[in-house]
Design a protein around this ligand. Structure first.
Ligand SMILES: [Mg+2]
Length: 192
């Protein structure tokens, strides 16, 4: 009965569609993609919220003989918008760094970029408006977390208390050596 074929085809298509619908609804379509720049900016603002107030409280609580305060900042996708807006600052973190500088708190950068290439990073940071009181990069053979820990230890050895540590990956925070962490998004390590 050739006249029934179109109807049968439609029915089959509808059935296939119904079968595929749940698959489409549960497919990890967004898991491998980053959010919009607007969303990222708003997430960074939320993550850094309260950091200046905290620093102010720490400054107010300083007593004679206490070590001077410092903050440590990761660079990529924390201080510089390496993915979303290369060369430009992450505004929420720039505000914290500027606040720190204006209140006598040292601004140190702690990066997984190789130790031999930090001079270029300083130029990029300064061009983006950051005060740079010190920078420490990773040595060959060190893991991400090892480099970050050694760098924090070196800043502490210079006599500073790291009140605030800002980063966007778990390796930015492993091992302590700071008082409060502000964790910017990495969206399942898609942003490094
Ligand atoms: Mg980073």
């Amino acid at each position: 009965m050739p006249s029934r074929h179109p109807a049968v085809r439609l029915l089959l298509l509808a059935l296939v569609g119904l079968l595929l619908l749940p698959l489409a609804a549960t497919a990890p379509a967004s898991a491998a993609s980053l959010p919009s720049k607007k969303k990222w900016v708003s997430d960074t603002v939320a993550a850094a919220s309260g950091s200046r107030t905290y620093l102010q409280q720490r400054l107010d609580a300083l007593e004679e003989g206490d070590d001077p305060l410092a903050i440590t900042l990761d660079i990529d996708n924390t201080s510089l918008a390496s993915h979303y807006d290369p060369g430009k600052p992450v505004v929420a973190v720039l505000k914290l760094a500027t606040y720190a500088r204006n209140h006598g708190v040292k601004v140190f950068f702690n990066t997984a970029r190789p130790e031999g290439k930090v001079a270029g990073a300083v130029a990029s940071l300064e061009k983006a408006g950051f005060p740079v009181d010190g920078i420490c990069g990773r040595r060959s053979g060190e893991s991400l977390a090892e480099g970050k820990q050694r760098c924090r230890a070196e800043f502490a050895d210079q006599g500073y208390r790291i009140a605030v540590n800002v980063g966007n990956r778990s390796t930015d925070f492993t091992g302590g050596g700071y008082d409060r962490a502000y964790r910017l998004p990495n969206y399942g390590n898609l942003l490094v």
